[in-house]
Design a protein around this ligand. Structure first.
Ligand code: COA
Length: 257
């Protein structure tokens, strides 16, 4: 049975489901290898316009790294696992397509780190998001400390990491992490995915890169990147098609060029 289940939710919308429900979809090494390959495939497939991530079983999105693999001070394997996770999570964050993350139940440790690498989070009311690594005597290793503090600031981040507090779906929404909190994840995910399909793909890829690279650059430099992108997009076929379609009162037919 596949540890990452791949399905087509809607034309152009691929869903990857973490499929290890008996272990709350914990990120074992074999699961990470399948996830890595599935991301590479989605990135290179022009038929995939939007990616959706979910967890199987209804109890968890992903409950973090597989703690059983950590036992016994296997330092070399531990470091290799962490380096690989960091690379895979960075690949996810840099995917030049919108990624929607649907969180039902637990998104802990590496599970929350994965969610934070996505673009749009839809969470259920019973979602529980957190970075509980400190309870194991450890700390996050897949970028979680840095992405969380940038997303919510030092104080909310400290509550999660130093007190091990978990965010409910509602609190994740209130903090601006989640775009929507709902008990009908299927409908909300499809609605967002279909909305993403209406945005020009090159514009999406560029806006993702601008948000990521501009965030840590001096603001005037970032504003220059922004204008370079806009001037480039303006002269693309899709840029002209979007303007023509608006003026001709029709839906644009974007081709990603
Ligand atoms: N790694 C390995 N196995 C895990 C796991 C993880 N991160 N999270 C859950 N599991 C396993 C449990 O060991 C259990 O397996 P078993 O049935 O063979 O004993 C199964 O998944 C169900 O989990 P369980 O703990 O019984 O469910 P619960 O509802 O009582 O508690 C959690 C749920 C999420 C609070 C609890 O499983 C937990 O704290 N998990 C670890 C979270 C974590 O620290 N993540 C960061 C890792 S660095």
């Amino acid at each position: 049975m596949a540890l990452i289940e791949i399905s087509e939710l809607h034309p152009g919308v691929r869903q990857l489901t973490f499929n290890r429900p008996d272990k709350l979809n914990a990120l074992s090494s074999p699961l990470m290898a399948e996830f890595d390959a599935a991301l590479e495939d989605a990135a290179g497939d022009p038929g995939v316009r939007v990616l959706v991530l979910r967890g199987a079983g209804g109890k968890a999105f992903v409950a973090g790294a597989d703690i059983a693999e950590y036992q016994g001070d296997k330092r070399a394997e531990f470091i290799a696992y962490q380096m690989n996770s960091r690379r895979v999570f960075d690949t996810l964050e840099r995917l030049p397509k919108p990624v929607i993350c649907a969180v039902d139940g637990f998104a802990l440790g590496g599970g929350f780190e994965i969610a934070m690498c996505c673009d749009i989070l839809i969470v259920s009311h019973d979602a529980q998001l957190g970075l509980p690594e400190g309870r194991l005597g450890l700390s996050p290793g897949g970028g979680g400390t840095q992405r969380l503090v940038r997303a919510v600031g030092k104080y909310a981040a400290s509550d999660l990491m130093l007190a091990g507090w978990r965010l409910s779906g509602q609190r994740a929404f209130d903090l601006g992490i989640a775009a929507e909190v709902t008990d009908d994840l299927d409908t909300a995910v499809l609605q967002r995915a279909r909305a993403c399909l209406k945005i020009a793909p090159l514009a999406q890829a560029e806006m993702k890169r601008l948000m990521r690279e501009g965030f840590d650059a001096p603001v005037e430099t970032a504003k220059s990147y922004e204008q370079e992108v806009l001037f480039r997009l303006y002269s693309t076929a899709d840029g002209q098609e979007g303007i023509d379609a608006f003026l001709e009162k029709r839906a644009p037919a974007f081709r990603g060029e």
